[in-house]
Design a protein around this ligand. Structure first.
Ligand code: ADP
Ligand code: MG
Length: 372
């Protein structure tokens, strides 16, 4: 890639607030060749859609998330309807580019092979300039992390247990996928869990599946940012020690922390306030955990959580057994209840106005070009 240009991109629909993005533009020919090579590495099951057919706007409702490698945008496609496009820009040092490409490819390969009601679905891929995009079903709603932070939204014990059961079912499906290709998610945490207004849980973000260390391979320095600190909380001690990346037991550990958060309605980070990342790493390695004293004394979920975050991976139960146990607890506690249809008090934001939308390939150009 050559020719690097600094451009300004409006973010989150606020044309006054700009963020600087460095975009490396490859020559047209290099781009075509590079694109062909990259596409060959993606799963054949996924078709490629022109980026110009995916329409999005500067409106805040179309900016649905940002993560390690780029932005996630709500887009509109004539045939597919509403979708979420996870955009990854292949820029930076060669190591950065390889890392983001690997993460993108991993997520595409894993999602193309699996199909579960509690796992986000992939529809297709797209490319433009030096960007690649994974086209996913749009899950209107909130991440579990945002749901937990929103004090106005509360859900019942029965809904909480159902969410936990759905999460265990999704992980169990991955872990037992087939005898050769058992997947490990590798990055289970509240911000990678999407919840619809009907309280259907969808596990997302498979960029770390089977491969990436929980702290993120893009982070080569020891200066870890706040989101990394947050991720550390869900990381099993063996991962922080540098081994066990592919082990299912690491997902069971992360599941325990998420379950703690749902049942106690408290973020695990609130139990480790004021700790920097290094202190947190040594605390977790030293067997410190979120405060299990916050469970009600007779809550059977307590012993499940405590065994799932055992220090030794071999002492953690198989997620399949956990799934069955949670199902049993739900049946015990809510045997008399017919299916509760608790609906959330949050709604999916209205779609952006169609006349304000442009193709994804146009969108990521300088604002001046789009206006003219
Ligand atoms: N399919 C989707 N539907 C709706 N929102 C999504 C979807 N996928 C991701 N998001 C939003 O984008 C954020 C980042 O997505 P994620 O896959 O976790 O990316 P990263 O690998 O960069 O962390 C999520 O926390 C969520 O808010
Ligand atoms: Mg994520």
């Amino acid at each position: 890639m050559k020719d690097s240009a600094e451009i300004e991109l409006p973010t989150k629909g606020q044309t006054k607030r700009h963020e600087i993005a460095t975009v490396k533009m490859a020559s047209a020919q290099t781009q075509v060749e590079m694109k062909k090579c990259l596409m060959r590495e993606l799963p054949h099951e996924l078709s490629e859609l022109p980026a110009n057919d995916l329409k999005t706007s500067f409106s805040e409702v179309d900016y649905i998330g940002s993560g390690s490698f780029g932005a996630v945008r709500r887009c509109y496609h004539d045939r597919l309807g509403e979708v979420a496009v996870k955009c990854t820009e292949l820029t930076g040092t060669p190591e950065d580019m390889i890392c983001s490409w690997k993460s993108f490819k991993t997520e595409a390969h894993v999602l193309a092979r699996i199909n579960h009601p509690n796992i986000v679905e992939v529809c297709a891929v797209t490319t433009w300039n030096s960007n690649v995009g994974l086209i996913l079903e749009y899950v209107g709603g909130k991440t579990l992390a945002n749901l937990m932070k929103d004090k106005q939204i509360q859900f019942s014990r029965s809904t909480g247990l159902k969410l936990i059961h759905q999460l265990s079912a999704a992980i169990s499906y991955l872990h037992t996928f087939d005898s050769q290709k058992k997947f490990t998610h590798g990055d289970i945490k509240a911000s990678n869990i999407l919840i619809t207004p009907q309280f259907v849980l969808k596990l997302a973000d498979f960029g770390a599946a089977n491969v990436r260390a929980a702290t993120g391979c893009q982070s080569s320095s020891l200066t870890l940012d706040i989101s990394t600190v947050h991720t550390l909380l869900y990381s099993a001690p063996e991962i922080l020690n540098g081994d066990g990346y592919n082990d299912h037991a690491r997902d069971v550990y992360s599941f325990a922390v998420v379950t703690y958060e749902i049942v106690t309605e408290r973020l695990a980070s609130d139990d480790f306030l004021g700790m920097n990342s290094l202190a947190l790493i040594s605390a977790i390695k030293d067997e410190q955990r979120p405060d299990a004293g916050r469970f009600d004394a007779n809550d059977p979920m307590k012993s499940i959580v405590v065994s799932c975050w055992s220090q030794s991976p071999s002492n953690r139960p198989k997620i399949k057994n956990v799934e069955e146990e949670v199902r049993r607890i739900i049946n015990d506690e809510f045997a008399d209840e017919t299916e509760t249809n608790e609906a959330a008090t949050f709604e999916i934001p209205e779609p952006s106005h169609a006349s304000n939308r442009v193709g994804l390939d146009q969108f990521f150009r300088p604002f001046e070009i789009i206006k003219s």
